[in-house]
Design a protein around this ligand. Sequence first.
Ligand code: 5RP
Length: 269
Amino acid sequence: MDWGMKNRLNQVIQPDGRCFFMAIDHGYFQGPTTNLEKPGKTVTPLLPHVDALFVTRGVLRNCINPQHTKPIILRVSGGTSMAGGDLANEILTTSIDEIIRLNASAVGLSVFIGSDYENQTLANLSTLVNECEDHGIPVMAVTAVGREMEKREARYLALCCRICAELGARVVKTYWCEKDFDKVVKGCPVPVVIAGGPKCETETEVLSFVHDGLQQGAIGVNLGRNVWQSKHPVAMAKALNALIHQKLSVKDALHVFNESKTAEPTVLV
Ligand code: 5RP
């Protein structure tokens, strides 16, 4: 592996082999998501506790202070919306020149396997890998399901992750599933990162599925709503960081959350 590729992977994946990516890319198809109306304001207090930010070029340019030194994973697929017909009908939105200009440490795009746009989105992945590999930029494939959340079971996720790795993704982001998540990870020859999904009812629920996913071989998370839609986003980010990097138990991470939240003003969602 070339020095540039190794270096960029090391920017986003920490020396312990683990990672905490924070996703704030939701607006690319959802518009101004709750608590992400002003992304710069939302992320500023959370940045010290995460390893990288998953963001579109528009929000990066307009809302994120370039003095921040956290690595950027640029979201480079899109072209659909909640108001449109099919969320899977994505294209590549961002040129390789723009990826380089914005100093991205990595890029991410969604693939929709099993959908009407399977071929198109896998072609997007292949094109992106071809362009990014030339420049030593890692590609993170996101195994997306659009509105079909029931698809998130091990056999399907294992299929998706393996295909993404076969096509050249350096990292794959996929959903955690209750049964056989270890088989999803084992079948994928590149590191697997857990996606979040809609906000859970409790902090314990979030910490538990992340802990379980890590135990079963995931290297970290790419979470959004379960962090910045929490009533205590900084406490949640601190607890997740400790769970991931200090390898705390759920109980101890919850203790970090409870200790931190007393020092943090409540955010009304
Ligand atoms: C949206 C994404 C998000 O980055 C991903 O879903 C993580 O955010 P959340 O934890 O809120 O689901 O890829 O398509």
